[in-house]
Every structure is written in C-alpha cells, then in structure tokens.
Design a protein around this ligand. Structure first.
Ligand SMILES: O=C(O)CCC(=O)C(=O)O
Length: 198
C-alpha cells in the first residue's frame, strides 16, 4: 500500500523554487543545445557529462576530458553561496534530457558519488517520486515532488541514501492527487551536480 508523505517529512530533501531566473534558464538551455555535447550512449535518453564521466555499463567513473564549463560552474557558485558544495567539491555534472515518455528508473545514486546530489530542472515540469527503503525493502512511503522549471532539489542524508528516486516513464502520472500530463512536445532538461568519492 502506498502512503504519500510531504517533502518536509523526507530527511535531507531540500527544494528551492526559482533557484535561477527565466533568463538564466534560457541561456543555460541555449548553451547545452549549442555545445555539441549531447550523447546517445544510453538508449534511455540523451545526456551530457562534465568533470567526470559515469559509465552506465561498468558503473565506474573516470576523469573526463571535458572540464565543467563556466556556463555551469556559475550555478555551482550559486549553490556554494547557500552552503552546498564547499571547497569546490562538486566535480561531476550530468545533464539529462527527457522527451515523450522518457524517465529514469528507481535508484539511489551510485556510491562513487558523494553525500550531496543536486538537480536543477529546466523547461517543462515533471513528477519525481521518492520511495523509502528499509533493509532493501520498500516501506510503501512515497513522496511525490513536482519538479518545476528553474527549481533545484538537493538530496542529502536519508533523501540521498535511503529514499530511491525515479521519474516515471509515462506521459501521464498521477500521484498524491496531482496529475502531470506531458504535451506532445514535452521536454525537460536537468543538470545534476555531484561530488566524487576519491
Ligand atoms: O533528472 C533528474 O532530475 C535526476 C537525474 C538522476 O537521478 C540521475 O542522473 O541519476
């Protein structure tokens, strides 16, 4: 049975709406679409990676030839001002593009990544579900978050390690009384910021 809980009940989950302005969103999307970095290595969706590259086949990370560009580093600095990613500890960026019914399966981020994972949402909104686990078993407690454009979610502590997150691979999602229907030209782009465990 599913019991929905509010985001404030998920330890370590921070949601910051309007983290960036409409102009910053537009400029960042323009940069991501003009840098020739979109890859189709994983069939699920297009991605770009900077700083370190995570290999979805071997589940390993390696130093990337592409440094984190200034266009993205600017947002890391904004997060540092809020107390996240002290001492330049954000070293890996993954950009995900979701269209049609694309999503991301239920997961917690790999152990090679550090204790803070932040994701910036651009373009269209979608629903992210957080599922609580206890000794590898789902408890049935679920938190549904509408990822609004220009918002930032930060996962730390339980939100990072205990609750698995997913973006349902569906054009229409209903969760906790909220329905999100994707239009035919739906497009969400996310920029995820991660530390690397050395
Ligand atoms: O798209 C997002 O906001 C989350 C991405 C994510 O969970 C991942 O790349 O592991």
């Amino acid at each position: 049975m599913t019991t929905y809980v509010e985001p404030t009940k998920v330890d370590g989950l921070t949601i910051i709406e309007d983290f960036i302005s409409e102009n910053e969103e537009k400029e960042l999307l323009n940069y991501l679409d003009s840098n020739n970095s979109w890859k189709e290595e994983i069939t699920a969706r297009r991605t770009q990676q900077f700083g370190y590259t995570y290999d979805y086949a071997t589940l390993k990370i390696s130093r990337s030839e592409t440094e984190i560009p200034n266009e993205i580093q600017y947002f890391v600095s904004k997060m540092q001002e809020l107390g996240f990613y002290e001492n330049n500890s954000c070293e890996q960026i993954i950009v995900n593009e979701y269209t049609n019914d694309q999503g991301i399966g239920k997961h917690t981020d790999a152990p090679c990544f550090g204790d803070t994972v932040a994701s910036l949402s651009l373009s269209d909104p979608t629903i992210m579900l957080f599922h609580e686990y206890e000794r590898k078993k789902a408890t049935g407690r679920v938190c549904a978050v509408t990822l609004k454009p220009r918002s930032l979610i930060v996962l730390q502590r339980d939100a990072r390690y205990i609750w698995a997150h997913e973006i349902p691979k569906k054009q229409e999602v209903e969760a906790n009384g909220v329905t999100c229907i994707r239009s035919p030209d739906f497009r969400r782009v996310s920029v995820t910021f991660r530390k690397v465990v050395h």
